[in-house]
Design a protein around this ligand. Structure first.
Ligand SMILES: Nc1ncnc2c1ncn2[C@@H]1O[C@H](COP(=O)(O)OP(=O)(O)OP(=O)(O)O)[C@@H](O)[C@H]1O
Ligand SMILES: [Mg+2]
Length: 260
């Protein structure tokens, strides 16, 4: 598996893992992003907030390789990123977990984790799927996230929302993504599962991974993020540490574009 080589905890001291400079994107007459600068530093949880239509998902699609910007540049560890596709981004260590998880509900946990990166073993001229190893390794990834599910053969559709997030994150771990982007991971979850997902984010941070968290939930942001960037009508209006901010402070900046 030479593919999963991008490396997790790296990036020199202070050098951003990902750097956006003047990133702009238009859809017809709408300037979804009007020239955004943003640095994502190694090991931090950076929250990206803003009202509906502020440009968050557009930014996520650009940094995940799903879309290309009209102007500006995206640098990955100092070099132009130019992701050709989400798969290309994954191979370079950037994994995106979209709000509507791209999991195959009918397939098992291990099949979802290893999709597109199946392990095989050779028996004479044949290369057979190494299911036992994939089950074992899938269980190991979930255990790293403190999710104890016994049977890796369970279809994903029978899991809770928080457990599904863990399966999606396990895929990111398999590819050894150093930067994990999560678009509204708790939007559809109840209180207990939201707590579970925040726990997953803390576990990833403790492993030295970097997280970009898109969220409308200010309590989540205050509880888990180190820094917050706020978009308003496609422009960045705030970029600051979370320490000392209350959820209401963030809501005010999102609505008015100004701090107190
Ligand atoms: N594919 C598209 N075609 C046309 N317009 C689009 C497209 N994608 C986004 N837009 C527009 O670009 C702007 C930014 O949208 P975006 O989805 O990035 O916002 P967002 O911050 O993610 O909002 P939300 O919080 O509602 O998810 C909006 O005005 C939206 O209508
Ligand atoms: Mg969005």
């Amino acid at each position: 598996m030479s593919l999963r080589a991008s490396g997790a905890p790296e990036g020199g001291a202070g050098e951003p893992i990902l750097r956006l400079r003047g990133v702009a994107k238009r859809y017809g007459g709408v300037a979804a992003l009007g020239g955004v600068d943003l640095d994502i530093l190694p090991g931090e949880v950076l929250a990206l907030c803003g009202d509906n239509g502020a440009g968050k998902s557009t930014l996520v699609r650009i940094v995940s390789g799903a879309e290309t910007p009209d102007a500006g540049e995206v640098l990955l560890r100092g070099r132009p990123a130019a992701f050709r596709s989400p798969h290309d981004a994954l191979e370079k260590g950037v994994a995106t977990i979209h709000q509507h998880l791209a999991l195959a509900p009918r397939l098992s946990i291990w099949e979802n984790v290893f999709m597109g990166a199946e392990l095989r073993r050779r028996i004479g001229p044949f290369a057979l799927l190494d299911k036992a190893r994939m089950r074992r390794e899938a269980k190991g990834y979930l255990a790293r996230l403190s999710v104890g599910i016994e049977d890796m053969g369970r279809p994903v559709e029978g899991l809770s929302g928080g457990q599904r997030q863990a399966v999606a994150i396990s895929r990111a771990l398999l590819w050894n993504a150093g930067l994990i982007i999560m678009d509204e991971p708790t939007a559809a979850l109840g209180v207990k599962e939201t707590g579970q997902v925040l726990g997953l984010i803390r576990a990833l941070k403790a492993e030295g991974r970097t997280i970009l968290l898109v969220s409308h939930n200010m309590a989540d942001v205050v509880s888990v993020a180190d820094r917050v960037a706020i978009l308003r009508a496609g422009r960045k209006v705030a970029d600051r540490p979370v320490a000392g901010l209350a959820p209401e402070d963030l809501s005010r900046i999102i609505i008015t574009g100004e701090a107190a």
